[in-house]
Each structure stands twice: as structure tokens, then as C-alpha cells.
Write a protein that binds this ligand. Structure first.
Ligand SMILES: Cc1ncc(COP(=O)(O)O)c(C=O)c1O
Length: 386
């Protein structure tokens, strides 16, 4: 295996950096030669509780020994535990379990359409945001407000309008009786960590109430403590009707969830939606362990506190640092993000060049302050050289 590269036998959809990781522990990764790296990427905001957290590893191993799969035709204890725990965290929302963020969005879109048909005289249009990212499947892609990602795959699913993100006036102008839902990220992650002004989400909530539309929040990247609150919409003091989760939920195992208020969720009937693997016992056991770790280790508060440490530290060196909690971005003056990320990797730090001029930082929430300082020094060094 070490003599072939990933591109020899896989479709050319990713530019993979030439490093082969073999092991992870907390906020550290080790390559096949045993070299250590500090991870400010966390598998794109997935490894919030750190790589190979012992409680997650044990929960997964234990569940693997008991039962790996039975399908959704039967009950399992881990799935029930997870649904209950998520309901407690989300003011009583009901879950549909998926295998990814894109699928959680697909579920939300189907729910919105059926809800619009049943309660809104057939309305089905969705207003989403320019720059927004909701996934690569065709429905989620149609909702994604990034034309270069959509255009090669036209024609798209109909019924999506994209308005300027963070602009409550633009949202207001797009609302009418045909709008079944507004779909937004509370902070746009893939667009480069774009944080809307305070009041934007509250305005979206208000507009949805006024027009009888559902507010669907995509918290795939922002959810579960990443921004220093359990959910990014908690900063705004509002509740969505529907919410999508994935990424950090499974601690690295593939699981997502579409959550909806009981009233909205009850629009689905048996057979309306499904998934062979969704909510399998191993993924759900992992997710239960992840939620336990986030709670018992105080990772939500930790993300808020460390976010300030990182912002102060990097703000001195780079000027523009934005974000909330440990969902952060450095805005560079020149389009050198890839060069800095490449050099940082050589120096032993993983950072994500999310756009040509933005470095995104989504470290594990368990990262130590000493690791943050060491990684910060490497980023400064890499930027100086570049
Ligand atoms: C906000 C948001 N929604 C949806 C997705 C898609 O998730 P997945 O890659 O698990 O399908 C992502 C992935 O980056 C995301 O950031």
C-alpha cells in the first residue's frame, strides 16, 4: 500500500495531501512513520471529543461485540438512548437518523415538502443563502448556494432561491405565501466561517412565523458544542422547527440526524423515508458516548473559553480572526491559504485552507492550551515563510 497513492485507484474528487495517517490520540495524529502532528482540522469538525477517545472506543468495541446491524425494522437500545438524549437537548425534537450531513438535509427537504403539501396548500419553495453549503447529494446540492459546485450537475432540483447571507432585508424580500421553509447555517462553515450579525437568526425566525414557513437550521458543522454553545442557534436565543446534525455526532463514525418538532415530524408516515444503515447500533452507541463526553468533560464551555484564547493569540499575528468558540477562521490578505496549510503540515500542524484566502480552524474541543500555543507558533512561522 505504501507504494501506491490514493489517486491510483480512486476517483479524482479530492486533492489529498501526501501524508498517510496511522493513529490518533486526542488532538494529535501520527503518520505511518510515527511522526506527530497537532490537528486543527479534526476531520473537518468531526473529532470534537478528540481522536480515539477511550470512552467512545470502548462504546464502539462493546457494541461491535454485541450487535452491529439489524436495520430499522427493529428496535435497539443504543438507538433509543440516542433519540432520547437528542430530544432532551433539543426541546423535545424527534430524530430521523442518517449516515451523513447531506442525508440529514435530504430528510429535512422531504419533510418540508410534505409539510408544505399537508399544511400549506401545496407550498414547497425553499429560501436558502448564497455561500451556504448543505452537502453533495442532489437535493442538498440544490440548496447549496455555491454555483460552481452546482453547475456541472445541472439541472438542479427546482424550488430553491438563494439570497445574500446575513441580510435580513434580503430574506424578507424573498418571503411569500409559496415559501415552505428557510434553510440556513447559523454560521457558514464551508464558505469560510461567515458569522452573521446578531439578530439575523432571530429575524429569520420571525419571518418564518409571519409567513407560516419552517425554519430549518443546518447545524451539521456548528452543532454539539463547536461554537461554545450546544447549538449555534442558542447564541441567538431561538428554536428552529427542523435541525440537521452530523459530523461530530458519531465521533468519527458516520451518523447524522434530522430533528424536528413533534408537530412537524408527525407529517411523515410509515414508508415516507428510510435508510438501511441509518441509526445503526454501533453508530448510535458511539454518538451516546460522544454526547456523554461533551457533557462530563464540559467541552461546550471549553470551546467557548479556548476560542477566546485562540482568537487573542492569532489575532496579534494575523489581524483578522473570526468565528465563535472553536469554529474559527483566519482571513489572509493574499490567496496563500493552501501554501500556508502545506507548509504547516511539513512543520507538524494540520489546518484547513477552506478558501484560497481563508484558513479554517476546527480543532478537537479537547485540545490543550499548550497544543494551541504550539500550533499557533507553527502557523505564524508558516505564514512568515510563505
Ligand atoms: C453545514 C453543512 N451541511 C451539510 C454538510 C454535508 O455533510 P456530509 O459531508 O456529511 O454529507 C456539511 C459538510 O461539510 C456542512 O458543513
Amino acid at each position: 500500500v505504501s507504494t501506491v497513492t490514493a489517486s491510483d485507484f480512486m476517483m479524482p474528487t479530492y486533492r489529498r495531501r501526501a501524508v498517510e495517517f496511522a493513529r490518533g490520540d486526542g488532538a494529535r495524529l501520527y503518520d505511518e512513520a510515527g511522526r506527530e502532528y497537532i490537528d486543527l482540522v479534526a476531520g473537518i469538525a468531526v473529532a470534537s471529543v478528540g481522536h480515539c477517545h477511550p470512552l467512545v472506543v470502548e462504546a464502539v468495541a462493546d457494541q461491535c461485540r454485541r450487535l452491529v446491524h439489524v436495520s430499522n425494522l427493529y428496535e435497539t437500545a443504543p438507538q433509543k438512548r440516542l433519540a432520547l438524549r437528542l430530544a432532551e437537548l433539543t426541546a423535545g425534537k424527534l430524530s430521523f437518523f442518517t449516515n451523513s450531513g447531506s442525508e440529514a438535509v435530504e430528510c429535512a427537504l422531504k419533510l418540508v415538502r410534505k409539510w408544505g403539501r399537508a399544511t400549506g396548500h401545496g407550498k414547497w419553495r425553499v429560501v436558502a443563502a448564497e455561500g451556504g453549503f448543505h452537502g453533495r447529494t442532489l437535493g442538498a446540492l440544490a440548496a447549496t448556494g455555491q454555483p460552481p459546485k452546482r453547475e456541472p450537475f445541472a439541472p438542479m432540483l427546482e424550488g430553491f432561491a438563494h439570497v445574500a447571507y446575513g441580510d435580513a432585508g434580503a430574506l424578507r424580500a424573498a418571503m411569500d405565501d409559496d415559501v415552505a421553509a428557510v434553510l440556513l447555517e447559523p454560521i457558514q462553515g464551508e464558505a469560510g466561517v461567515r458569522v452573521p450579525d446578531d439578530g439575523y437568526l432571530a429575524a429569520a425566525r420571525e419571518l418564518c412565523y409571519r409567513w407560516g414557513a419552517l425554519l430549518v437550521l443546518d447545524e451539521v458543522q456548528t452543532g454539539l458544542g463547536r461554537t461554545g454553545r450546544w447549538f449555534a442557534h442558542d447564541h441567538a436565543g431561538i428554536e428552529p422547527d427542523v435541525m440537521c446534525l452530523a459530523k461530530s455526532l458519531g465521533g468519527g463514525l458516520p451518523i447524522g440526524a434530522c430533528l424536528a418538532t413533534p408537530q412537524v415530524a408527525s407529517i411523515f408516515a410509515y414508508g415516507d423515508h428510510g435508510s438501511t444503515f441509518g441509526g445503526g447500533p454501533v453508530q448510535c452507541a458511539a454518538a451516546c458516548a460522544v454526547l456523554d463526553v461533551i457533557e462530563t468533560e464540559g467541552l461546550v464551555e471549553r470551546a467557548a473559553r479556548l476560542g477566546e484564547v485562540v482568537t487573542d493569540m492569532l489575532g496579534d499575528a494575523f489581524g483578522k480572526v473570526r468565528g465563535k468558540g472553536l469554529l474559527l477562521a483566519i482571513e489572509l490578505e493574499r490567496p496563500v491559504a493552501t501554501k500556508i496549510a502545506d507548509r504547516a503540515l511539513e512543520l507538524g500542524v494540520l489546518v484547513n485552507d477552506v478558501t484560497p484566502s481563508v484558513l479554517r480552524l476546527t480543532p478537537p474541543l479537547v485540545i490543550g492550551e499548550d497544543e494551541v500555543r504550539r500550533a499557533g507558533a507553527v502557523l505564524r512561522e508558516a505564514a512568515r515563510e510563505v
